[in-house]
Design a binder for this molecule. Structure first.
Ligand code: F0G
Length: 343
């Protein structure tokens, strides 16, 4: 085999693959870890961006989905509740495996690109008249009534696949960062990264462990508040979640890593989102920018090595991109008109 063969092949020794016959992969993983030059200067630290939007369906969900779909032995249909990225990844990997896919998404609260993905990959898309938390509960309940396999992060195979994000960071840096900054929604990914860092650490691949810094949107910050949020609201629709499924594991992660989970406002998220595009040339989706909004808001120790996980691609949410940017100007097609505009 030549080149990159996807996570299950490249990191095979780190998984239990005994019952696996055919690996379902779109060659996910191996995403760029870009040095953030201006952010590093601004924060007097060494800041890196893990660009998960470069995965095949444009988000980190592909890491978990290659495992979940590969291990969905015998299933003919998979289901998930989603704010948009899990559904895009599930639809893509189900199509690859020849499985049917049902996705439940909150009506009107899924970024356009994500909705388009699930539709184009051929999933049955059901828009719930409710939020993500209700969609996830209904997806779980449906598995009691129908022969379908759930591929949300409550499926342990998802977390197993997603731990590889941490492996890749250590493989590139040659060490664990001092701080891992990551957006938190359903709290599966922070749990997965911690598993990856600890497994590498105990195997001697990294001498230290990072502090895990999770960031929730202020309007959807149940872990920060300490109680579920019935009507979560944020421009970062990917993390518009009021009652995270991996709440308890996430608390364990911040306890064990001496980390924290804090809130950033929508304004801080959009500032970071624009800053990343304009200064680091990375166009991520709003939820992803919560990681950078967090380190800008709270600061980092001078000289520390920090990795921000940018979980999804900016192209997924064209509406937010357009509505938060200056509108293009219409100009008459003459040289005079252009000169008048530009001089
Ligand atoms: N960033 C993006 C772009 C996401 O899509 C999600 C979650 C998160 C961060 C948070 O990760 O849930 O593991 O804490 N999206 C899920 C979905 C909920 O349905 O696509 P988490």
């Amino acid at each position: 085999m030549i080149g990159w063969n996807g996570l299950l092949v490249e990191y095979a020794p780190w998984f239990d693959l005994d019952d696996v016959h055919d690996v379902v992969t779109l060659q996910e993983g191996n995403t760029p870890l870009i040095h953030a030059d201006r952010l590093s200067e601004r924060l007097e630290a060494d800041v890196w961006l893990k660009c998960e939007g470069l995965n095949p369906s444009g988000s980190f969900k592909d890491r978990g989905m290659t495992m979940a779909i590969t291990k969905a032995n015998g299933a003919t249909t998979v289901i998930c509740g989603s704010t948009g990225n899990t559904s895009a990844a599930a639809a893509a990997y189900a199509a690859k495996a020849g499985l049917d896919c049902v996705v439940l998404v909150p009506q009107g609260k899924v970024a356009l690109g994500k909705l388009a993905q699930s539709m184009v990959y051929g999933a049955k898309v059901l828009q719930i008249q409710g939020n993500f938390d209700q969609a996830l509960n209904l997806a779980r309940e449906l598995t009691q009534h129908l022969p379908i396999t759930i591929v949300n992060s409550i499926n342990p195979d998802r977390i197993e696949g997603q731990k590889t994000g941490a492996f890749e960071i250590v493989d590139v840096l040659g060490k664990a960062p001092d701080i891992l900054a990551i957006p938190v929604g359903n709290a599966g990914n922070i749990t997965a990264y911690w598993r990856g860092f600890t497994q590498y650490h105990f195997a001697g691949r990294a001498t230290t462990l990072p502090k895990m810094w999770g960031f929730q949107a202020a309007g959807a910050a149940p872990i920060v508040l300490g109680y579920p949020v019935e009507n979560p609201e944020t421009i970062a629709t990917a993390i518009r979640i009021g009652n995270p499924a991996s709440w308890v594991p996430a608390l364990e992660v911040i306890h064990e890593s001496l980390g924290d989970i804090r809130a950033v406002t929508d304004e801080e998220i959009i500032d970071a989102y624009q800053y990343l595009a304009r200064n680091e040339s990375v166009f991520c989706e709003p939820a992803s920018a919560a990681s950078v909004a967090g380190i800008l808001k709270f600061g980092v120790p001078q000289g520390s090595t920090v990795v921000c996980v940018l979980t999804g691609n900016g192209l997924k949410d064209p509406d937010t991109a357009v509505s938060t940017s200056e509108s293009p100007t219409v100009v008459e097609a003459t040289i005079e008109a252009l000169l008048a505009k530009l001089s």
